[in-house]
Design a protein around this ligand. Structure first.
Ligand SMILES: Cc1cc2nc3c(=O)[nH]c(=O)nc-3n(C[C@H](O)[C@H](O)[C@H](O)COP(=O)(O)OP(=O)(O)OC[C@H]3O[C@@H](n4cnc5c(N)ncnc54)[C@H](O)[C@@H]3O)c2cc1C
Length: 379
């Protein structure tokens, strides 16, 4: 694609090859790749990138969530993620009636060749001393999981985008999208833009952006997740405590520096797209689950936040052109794994957008363009 930027008429309008709506991890990771081949402009409605889901992640990469293809994407991403994270163990705990689920999770880890160890209560408590015996009949230690630096990831993509001649325009809320010739004209609070290819990386707003363009929505559902932060026991350095997660419903818990802990009850309450805020009940449930399973007293919640994780009905990302609208490209539905899948998913998305072959390593894992195509959702 030719790199073109121009102005037309009295009203300033910027032309590019590709417009990406959404400056979260989905939009920025794809934009950085596309910018090596085309003139790319990312339009972000907020004053900074990563304000919504991407700024609210707990930033961990592991195999304890997602379905098969999401785990494949995670495995394909781990090498690249290692440069943006530090190895930090994960401890998947199971009560006596969850042993079958732990067995299945261990099989998943072994399938990906993950360095992991099955342990009993005492070994688990050697790593995470606050665990109550009834919460942990057995556990799986993943020695290779990663604590990610999500800010660094976002900034690295912005830097790559700019280095290749692309632009991130913040404060550019998209308010209208119309067909213009074979492409799209996009009106934003920062002016008008036009391009033949429009990427929808709007996170929780992905369906709303499609509607704006007259494209059939695909049923992206935002779900709210709440995180609480509280002080670790007096004088205890918890920084080496593992990311601790129940194999089924329950909670996860992880250190934030030496003296703070983060926890979530893994809530996923359906929500409208919005600037999500934590609800008192969800904060209380998270604190209660931690207190039930550990000896940690939560006297005060230091801080809490919520963010929206956005899913298609089959909980797989949606990557590819809309069948009813040539040049409208979906990059949505990253769910609860948008960071840990971004390296592989953005390679797949860039190949699809540029008409290049499907990446060989992803094909060897059994994935294809069809796995993620919006056509599977009838769109
Ligand atoms: C509490 C929590 C914990 C998580 N933990 C992890 C984890 O440990 N590991 C992991 O991999 N993932 C995790 N996730 C998931 C991860 O954060 C998401 O998958 C990812 O951030 C989704 O990225 P996105 O770019 O699609 O969405 P977003 O970051 O929400 O980006 C979409 C952007 O589009 C913009 N936008 C929308 N409409 C418009 C418009 N009209 N005009 C202009 N801009 C617009 C928004 O402002 C927004 O910035 C977590 C999420 C939450 C909420």
């Amino acid at each position: 694609m030719a790199k073109v930027r121009a102005q037309s008429g009295m009203v300033r309008m910027e032309r590019a090859d590709v417009l990406v709506v959404g400056g979260g991890i989905a939009g920025l990771s794809l934009a950085a790749r596309l910018a090596e081949h085309a003139q790319v402009v990312v339009l972000e409605g907020e004053s900074a990138p990563g304000y919504h889901a991407s700024g609210r992640s707990v930033a961990f990469a592991h195999y304890g969530l997602g379905n098969g293809p999401v785990r494949d994407l995670t495995a394909l991403s781990m090498g690249e993620l290692a440069a943006r994270g530090s190895v930090h163990p994960a401890l998947h705990i199971a009560s006596a009636d969850q042993i079958a689920a732990l067995d299945a999770l261990e099989a998943v880890h072994r399938h990906y060749g993950c360095d992991c160890t099955r342990v009993g209560l005492e070994e688990a408590r050697a790593l995470m001393p606050a665990l109550k015996p009834e919460a942990c009949a057995a556990a799986l230690v993943d020695h290779a999981s990663l604590k990610l630096d999500t800010h660094a990831m976002l900034q690295a993509h912005v830097a790559s985008l700019k280095a290749a001649g692309g632009r991130l325009v913040t404060g550019a809320r998209v308010g209208a999208i119309a067909r213009e010739g074979n492409g799209w004209r996009v009106e934003t609070s920062a002016g008008a833009f036009a391009a033949p290819l429009l990427v929808n990386a709007g996170g929780a707003w992905a369906d709303a952006i499609a509607r704006m363009a007259g494209v059939q929505p695909i049923g992206i559902q935002p779900r709210r997740r709440t995180v609480i932060s509280f002080a670790a026991p007096e004088g205890e350095d918890v920084s080496r405590w593992p990311f601790t997660k129940t194999v089924g419903e329950g909670f996860y818990l992880l250190p934030e520096g030496r003296g703070q802990l983060l926890a979530s009850s893994m809530d996923q309450t359906p929500s409208e797209p919005c600037d999500a805020a934590p609800e008192e009940l969800d904060i209380a449930i998270a604190a209660d689950r931690v207190e039930q399973a550990t000896s940690l007293p939560i006297r005060r919640i230091s801080h809490s936040w919520a963010g929206l994780r956005s899913f298609a009905s089959d909980e797989l990302p949606v990557i590819g052109a809309a069948a009813d609208a040539p040049g409208f490209f979906w990059c949505a539905g990253q769910g609860g794994a948008g960071f840990q899948t971004a390296p592989a998913l953005s390679r797949i998305a860039a190949a699809a957008a540029l008409g290049l072959p499907f990446p060989e390593d992803a094909a060897a894992a059994g994935l294809s363009f069809t796995t993620f195509s919006p056509a599977r959702l009838g769109a």
